[in-house]
Design a protein around this ligand. Sequence first.
Ligand code: B4P
Length: 185
Amino acid sequence: MRFIFIGPPGAGKGTQAIRVAEMLQIPHISTGDILRQHVSEQTSLGQQAKVYMDRGELVPDQLILDMVQYRLEQADTSRGWILDGFPRNVPQAIFVEKLLSSTSTEGALKVINLDAPDDEVVKRLLARGRRDDTEDTIRRRLQVYREQTTPLIEFYNSRQQLCQIDGSLSMDEVTTQLKQAVAAV
Ligand code: B4P
């Protein structure tokens, strides 16, 4: 069981990925969380990543790809995983595709596109108030999402791996829809 959660910042990827991972008993792997851990521990990666995260930009692929590969090689991933916030651009998606074709893990890849309107996600993120949740940074993250991440919708749709979920509903309503989508895999 392998799932990728994509969608604009604040659509609920992290919120829902935690719930689905617990339900399926597979690890929830959030590149945002791993990066924030590096930032708080002031590792070399964290110090480099922080500059981009504070601006609402994507952290460069050369920093992200090794980090993800290392995480996916851990023993707890043998039954599957949920990738939350990765891939975020086409080169990262091609990296996942190559990684999967070189491993023997069984099971289909399903990509959940959790979408929500800009006004709704801005409202949610301002209420959350994380250090990168200022109005300017949120607007920049939404712009980066439109430019670099939305091409993944067609990338995965053309591979018949995409499932659309309405992230503007309440948290529990979204979870109900996700449970149905996951059961259908
Ligand atoms: P992320 O940590 O992935 O941040 P995000 O997109 O803002 O989080 P998410 O969308 O999961 O938030 P959620 O909806 O759960 O990335 C942060 C930064 O890290 C990026 O800007 C980038 O710099 C870097 N980065 C991460 N991955 C990268 C990659 N692959 N490549 C390069 N750079 C990368 O939660 C939002 C809020 O909404 C919460 O407060 C929640 O309670 C609320 N909420 C959720 N669902 C709701 C609902 N249905 N109704 C009402 N409120 C809801």
